[in-house]
Design a protein. Structure first.
Length: 297
C-alpha cells in the first residue's frame, strides 16, 4: 500500500509517499481502508520533532491520527462493528491507504468521508478544554483563536450548552464566527479593549498560542479560569496547559449525537490528495484556518 512517511525530522519536504507493508488489526483494534485523513497541527509538530516527549517515535515514521474509511478487518475482542461499516476515529499512521484505529464510531448519516476525517481529535480537544476551564451555562467564555478546527468545535458545543462566547479571529473569519453563534472580534493591536467593550468574561481559552496569556488572565480575572492548549509557558502565568487527551470513544459518541441533530459541523477548509501531504502541512503551519484540512485517499 502507499503511505506518507518521513525518515528525518524537518520541514514539509521530508514527507514522502512510499510503498509500505499493510498494517493489520490486533486485539481491540480495527483496520480501515482510509478514505480521508484529518490534518492536525500535532502532525507537523511531530514531523518537526517538537513534541517527542508526548509522542515518542522511531524513524522512519508514518503520519496522522485522524481518519475516516471503510472497515476491512476487525481485531479479536472487538464487538459492535463489522467489515463494510463506515467509521471515523483515531489511530496511527492514518495518511495511508490502510490504517489501524484504536477508537472509532459509525459515521452519522449524511456526513462525507472528507468531513468525517476532520472531527475526532478536534472534538476530543474541544470537550476536554470546556470541561477543564469549568465554564457553566449562562456564563461568557472568551476564545482566543476561535476559527480553527478546535475553535469551531468549542463555539458550537458552547452554544449548545447555553454558554455565550466572545471569539477572536482574523478579519476574514469574523462572519464565520458569528455564524457559529459567537460575538466576534479581531485579534491584534487593541484587541483587549475591543473584548472589554463587549462585556465581562467568566473564563478564557487560548487555542492559538499567540502569547496572550497575561491578557487572558486579566480579562478572566483569575489564572484558574484560563486554559491553554497551545502555549507551553502557561504555568508561568498560573494557567493550566491541557495536553492529555480524554476519552476518544466518549468524544466520538458526543460528536455523533451533535452532528446527527445538526448542532455540530466542522467545515473542510481544503482537501488534498495523499501525494500532496507536504502542501497540506505547509498550509496548516501558515496558521490560518476555517475548520479542518484533509487528505483524500
Ligand atoms: N494540547 C492539546 O491537546 C492540543 C490539541 C489540539 C490542538 N492543539 C494545538 O492548538 C492549536 C490550535 O489547533 P487547531 O487544530 O484549532 O489549529 P488550526 O485549525 O490550524 O487553527 C489555528 C487558528 O489560529 C488562529 N490564529 C492565528 N494567529 C492568531 C492570533 N495571533 N491570535 C488568535 N488566533 C490566531 C487562526 O485564525 P485566523 O485564520 O482567523 O487568523 C486559526 O483559526 C495548535 O497550535 C495545535 O497544535 C493542542
Amino acid at each position: 500500500m502507499r503511505k506518507v512517511s518521513f525518515a528525518e525530522f524537518g520541514g514539509p519536504d521530508v514527507l514522502r509517499l512510499i510503498d509500505a507493508e499493510e498494517p493489520h488489526a490486533g486485539p481491540g483494534r480495527i483496520r480501515i481502508a482510509v478514505r480521508a485523513a484529518g490534518v492536525n497541527p500535532v502532525d507537523w509538530r511531530i514531523r518537526e520533532g517538537q513534541v517527542l516527549k508526548a509522542h515518542p517515535i522511531e524513524l522512519p515514521s508514518g503520519v496522522g491520527l485522524d481518519a475516516s474509511g471503510v472497515v476491512d478487518e476487525v481485531g479479536e475482542g472487538v464487538e459492535g462493528v463489522a467489515v463494510g461499516d463506515h467509521v471515523f476515529g483515531e489511530g496511527a499512521d492514518t495518511y495511508a491507504e490502510f490504517a489501524v484505529l484504536s477508537a472509532w464510531a459509525r459515521m452519522p448519516e449524511g456526513l462525507t468521508f472528507e468531513e468525517a476525517a476532520g472531527y475526532p481529535s478536534v472534538v476530543e480537544t474541544a470537550l476536554r478544554v470546556l470541561r477543564e476551564v469549568g465554564v457553566r451555562p449562562g456564563q461568557t467564555l472568551l476564545v482566543s483563536g476561535a476559527s480553527g478546527g478546535v475553535g469551531s468545535a468549542v463555539l458550537q458545543i458552547a452554544r449548545e450548552r447555553g454558554i455565550a462566547v466572545i471569539g477572536t479571529a482574523g478579519a476574514a473569519n469574523q462572519d464565520y464566527l458569528r455564524g457559529l453563534g459567537a460575538t466576534a472580534t479581531t485579534y491584534g493591536e487593541g484587541w483587549v479593549e475591543r473584548v472589554r467593550r463587549l462585556g465581562p468574561v467568566d473564563a478564557a481559552l487560548d487555542l492559538a498560542g499567540s502569547g496572550v496569556l497575561r491578557e487572558l488572565v486579566e480579562l478572566a480575572g483569575d489564572p484558574r479560569k484560563v486554559v491553554s492548549i497551545a502555549d507551553l509557558r502557561a504555568p508561568e502565568f498560573g494557567v493550566r496547559f491541557s495536553g492529555v487527551a480524554g476519552s476518544v470513544p466518549d468524544a466520538l459518541a458526543e460528536a455523533v449525537t451533535l452532528i446527527s441533530r445538526g448542532r455540530l459541523h466542522i467545515p473542510v477548509e481544503k482537501s488534498y490528495p495523499l501525494a500532496e501531504a507536504a502542501a497540506a502541512h505547509a498550509d496548516s503551519q501558515a496558521g490560518h484556518a476555517r475548520g479542518r484540512r484533509v487528505l483524500v485517499v
